[in-house]
Write a protein that binds this ligand. Structure first.
Ligand code: MEV
Length: 437
């Protein structure tokens, strides 16, 4: 695959031209291209093997976010999402971050946590002791369930035991199996291992095991991204770069302390994250559950990201050189297994991304989440988000009215000037423009 590049002006191309350009830039096979470009995605027959009572398949727009550089590498980012402005916002923010050298990102080992609930125990601490003493036996039994993942370097890594002194049904133990899922999301391998070891855990502890299930609070599998944005890059229109940078930190500060704002702030982050998670065939409910439970880990729900000003000499009184953002959240995504391999569109999206491991995918997704957050905060801290939305909406309306090529921009301009973005207005403007000599 040719090195993906910034694709500046990609949004100005027509749908067919965009597809053509991507085909020229990448080595997607015909089948992959068809999967990605909506010609032949998931078929009802394939879907029929995925879930129950299938009657069809359901579509979502797939866009490509541009300008992304993560750990020095360029990426084309496939995003499946119905909300306007998200792909444009991510691409725009990625361009700002590019000015500061691109995103840095890294990810933990792909360690998942599986839980076994143990009830009916007389002595919790003695039972805990016995389970921990049998660690090697438990790990060996867990690893006997999937020799393939063990051969790939994954498998059960550790056993931890938590004592719950009080619950609505009394005391209990929770045994955690720490499992390296390698390039898989991990739910299947972990749940299989848990069900296999539960009888042994029951015997060793002398209790009764009930739940045997993966935890979506995958806090041993965190992805982190960092972005540095030169303050000068934040200046636009009448807005001074320093004012915008300070506004972003002020906006983030509210999310840091107020759950009402943190929910919306994190929703903006998940706009980017979910779109890539969905496009690559991953389980976005798992990612959502992990993100929000991690955001509440202190006992108060808070922001998943952090934004600070990097002032010369660390002086709060001098203008900042740059705005620095970081994001950290659980990222249990895979590039093997599940829908990532069954859905032709997801396969093609992974191919377009060109990631070699689940960890690399997690790093890119974290960067997209941070970019999305930056795009939202920059707009909120300056002109607000509606004007950008209206511009994009006007574009869609102009195209729906039949505008093509340079006519699109002219219709958009006229619609925005009229302050009424409606299809009948767009059709009228288009007719007027076409009737002009
Ligand atoms: C809308 O989908 C997302 C935003 O509300 C995020 C935010 O407020 O930070 C714009």
């Amino acid at each position: 695959m040719q090195e993906p590049y910034r694709l500046s002006g990609f949004y100005k191309l027509g749908l067919r031209e965009r597809v053509q350009l991507l085909r020229e830039m990448t080595d997607l096979t015909d089948e992959q291209a068809q999967g990605l470009f909506g010609v032949a995605g998931l078929s009802p027959n394939q879907a029929d093997h995925m879930i129950e009572n299938v009657v069809g398949v359901f579509g979502l727009p797939l866009g490509i976010a541009t300008n992304f550089m993560v750990n020095g590498r360029d990426y084309l980012i496939p995003m499946a999402i119905e909300e306007p402005s998200v792909v444009a916002g991510a691409s725009f923010a990625a361009r700002l971050v590019r000015d500061g050298g691109g995103f840095r990102a890294f990810c933990d080992e792909p360690l998942m946590i599986g839980q076994i609930q143990v009830l009916d125990l007389n002595d919790l601490w003695a039972a805990r002791f016995e389970v921990l003493a049998a660690r090697d036996q438990i790990l060996a039994l867990a690893n006997a369930q999937d020799p393939i993942i063990v051969n790939l370097g994954g498998g059960a890594r550790d056993v931890e035991v938590r004592v719950i002194e009080q619950s609505p049904v009394g005391p209990m133990l929770v045994v955690h199996l720490i499992y390296d899922a390698r390039d898989a999301m991990g739910a299947n391998v972990v749940n299989t291992a848990l069900e296999a070891i539960a009888p042994l855990v029951a015997k060793i502890s002398g209790g009764r095991t009930l739940l045997r299930i993966l935890s979506n609070l995958a806090d041993r599998r965190l992805a982190r991204a960092k972005a540095i944005v030169p303050v000068v890059s934040l200046a636009h229109g009448d807005f001074d770069g320093n004012v915008v940078a300070r506004g972003i930190v002020e906006a983030w500060s509210l999310a840091a302390v107020d759950p009402y704002r943190a929910a919306t702030h994190n929703k903006g982050i998940m706009n980017g994250i979910d779109a890539v998670v969905i496009a690559t065939g991953n389980d976005w409910r798992a990612i959502e559950a992990g993100a929000h439970s991690y955001a509440a880990r202190s006992g108060q729900y808070s922001s998943l990201s952090n934004w600070q000003l990097d002032s010369p000499n660390n002086s709060p009184h001098s203008d900042a050189n740059s705005l620095v953002g970081t994001l950290e959240l659980p990222m249990a995504v895979g590039i093997v297994g599940g829908a990532t391999r069954v859905n032709p569109s997801a396969k093609a999206a992974l191919r377009l991304l060109g990631v070699q491991s689940a960890r690399e995918l997690a790093e890119v997704i974290a960067a997209v989440g941070l970019a999305q957050n930056l795009a939202a905060l920059r707009a909120l801290a300056s002109e607000g988000i509606q004007s950008g939305h209206m511009k994009l909406h006007a574009r869609q309306v102009a195209i729906a009215a039949g505008a093509e090529g340079e006519m699109v921009d002219r219709v958009v301009e006229a619609l925005l000037a009229r302050k009424v973005v409606r299809i009948d207005q767009a059709e009228e403007i288009l007719k007027e423009l076409r009737d002009q000599p």
